[in-house]
Design a protein around this ligand. Structure first.
Ligand code: ADP
Length: 213
């Protein structure tokens, strides 16, 4: 895992030189490599931006001990659920299974969050609907409250939490989405649904981080 981002051969050499000679000026690094300072400038910029080297004015370059991978994981941990959440599709417990299926198609989502008196009470997903279709019930009469996964078994993520924690929950619980919530009330804990995080949220971010253009 150490080498997810490959440094160029020259960048590796620079890191080695700095490790052995820190603090060292860019001029001294250039001399050791028989290159000009101008040639080295982009490499040094990359190495300092990625946190592997630290530059102190008038002193020179230091090795921080951070690998480029620690840099990536630090960056990932900084991403908050609030920054990347999408709009949730929410309906009341009394909605019929039939209407909820239509809503799922119209909104093009895989899960719908269900509320009772405005607070999160359940989740229905594609599999729940398929199960209800096998059951042979009248889908226009039966409310989704009958087939949804219910509180307190709903896995949620707080809006202030990190996206990394959300991704860990998606994997650990083998589900496709998490309601993003704000906790209200003191004694009786209630959740207001203010967003959703899905596997697509994570995939999109992965592409953004990897594409780098
Ligand atoms: P799909 O039905 O498309 O496979 P999921 O894997 O997300 O979608 O759902 C599988 C089961 O887990 C369903 O019964 C659904 O109600 C339930 N479920 C989905 N999301 C959650 C969640 N955040 N917390 C608890 N249960 C959930």
């Amino acid at each position: 895992m150490e080498k997810i981002i490959q440094l160029s051969e020259r960048q590796e050499k620079i890191v080695e030189i700095v490790k052995r000679n820190e603090p060292i000026t860019s001029e001294a690094i250039a001399n050791k490599l028989n290159l000009t300072r101008a040639t080295l400038r982009p490499d040094l910029a990359i190495l300092t931006m990625s946190g592997i080297l630290d530059a102190r004015p008038k002193v020179g370059y230091f090795h921080t001990g951070k690998t480029n991978l620690t840099f990536i994981s630090d960056k990932i941990k900084e991403i908050k659920v609030d920054e990347v959440k999408s709009v949730p599709v929410v309906t009341d417990e009394s909605t019929s299974i039939y209407d909820a299926i239509v809503l799922m198609f119209l909104e093009d989502v895989g899960s719908i969050y269900v509320t009772n008196n405005g607070f999160l009470s359940g989740v229905v997903s594609r599999k729940d609907f398929l199960k209800s279709a096998l059951g042979g019930m009248d889908l226009t009469k039966m409310p989704i409250g009958m087939i949804m996964t219910r509180m307190p078994n709903i896995v949620v993520i707080d809006v202030e939490d990190s996206l990394l924690n959300a991704a860990i929950r998606l994997i650990d619980h083998e589900i496709d989405s998490l309601p993003v919530v704000e906790e209200v009330g003191q004694e009786e804990k209630n959740y207001k649904v203010i967003g959703r995080i899905t596997k697509t949220t994570i995939t999109r971010l992965f592409v953004e981080l990897g594409r780098n253009d």
